[in-house]
Design a protein around this ligand. Structure first.
Ligand SMILES: [Mg+2]
Length: 231
């Protein structure tokens, strides 16, 4: 059965994102080093971020607000305005960081689009995700773009339907087991994991090894082999 739509994740699938976040974490830990050790800072920031995600959703802007809140709370209000300013700068740099496709991604998309319509499906901030796609130069390979607030089975069903495909004859590929793989399988579709060396704290999950509609592939380019098998 040939696939109708191939959904492709963006962050850490098409371009680096977690690397940029890790650098910002490092800067955060250095700036707040007078108030707590690195482990304490990381734990507090993760807790604040998890709570704030309910109001801010995903993305660099929400993360910046979480850094500011953590700085104020962990220093008991003693953090200097200089540090606050540096955290704001760090947040802005995440928004304007140059976007370069991961090695081999452009060739892989050329191969993939011969096997199904490509739809970019990413969660996060609308403005930032659109800017990154434009900056990447990869936009023309996609016949559609879906920027969603969360990746759930219901959202996958709707997203694929909006682009004229049934989820059962579609595939989702990306680097996150929690967001790109498990909800897509739950919706009845195919899912291919393309691992990225760093996994965001809030995206950790067990791989569904043994599920016939799931594969892990080394790179996006390797996905064509499995697509040809399915097709
Ligand atoms: Mg991703």
């Amino acid at each position: 059965m040939p696939l109708t739509i191939i959904g492709v994740d963006a962050d850490d699938t098409l371009w680096h994102t977690e690397t940029v976040f890790r650098l910002t974490h490092k800067r955060f830990n250095e700036l707040l080093g007078d108030f707590a050790d690195e482990d304490t800072l990381e734990a507090k920031l993760a807790a604040v971020e998890r709570e704030n995600m309910k109001s801010y959703g995903y993305g660099a802007k929400g993360f910046t607000l979480s850094m500011l809140q953590t700085a104020l709370e962990i220093s008991d209000g003693q953090v200097s305005t200089k540090v606050i300013r540096e955290l704001l700068d760090a947040g802005r740099e995440m928004m304007t960081h140059p976007i370069e496709p991961l090695p081999g991604v452009e060739d892989a998309l050329l191969q993939l689009k011969q096997r199904g319509r490509l739809v970019l499906i990413t969660k996060g901030d609308l403005f930032h995700q659109e800017s990154k796609l434009a900056a990447s130069g990869l936009g023309s390979h996609f016949s559609g773009v879906e920027i969603v607030s969360e990746k759930t089975p219901e959202i996958y069903v709707k997203a694929f339907a909006r682009h004229g495909g049934a989820v059962g004859s579609s595939l989702m590929t990306g680097n996150s087991v929690k967001s790109d793989i498990l909800p897509m399988l739950a919706a009845g579709g195919y899912a291919a994991l393309v691992p990225y060396p760093l996994v965001w704290e809030h995206e950790r999950a067990e791989k569904p090894v043994g599920n016939p509609k799931y594969r892990e592939v080394e790179t996006l380019g390797h996905l064509t082999e499995w697509l040809d098998e399915i097709g």
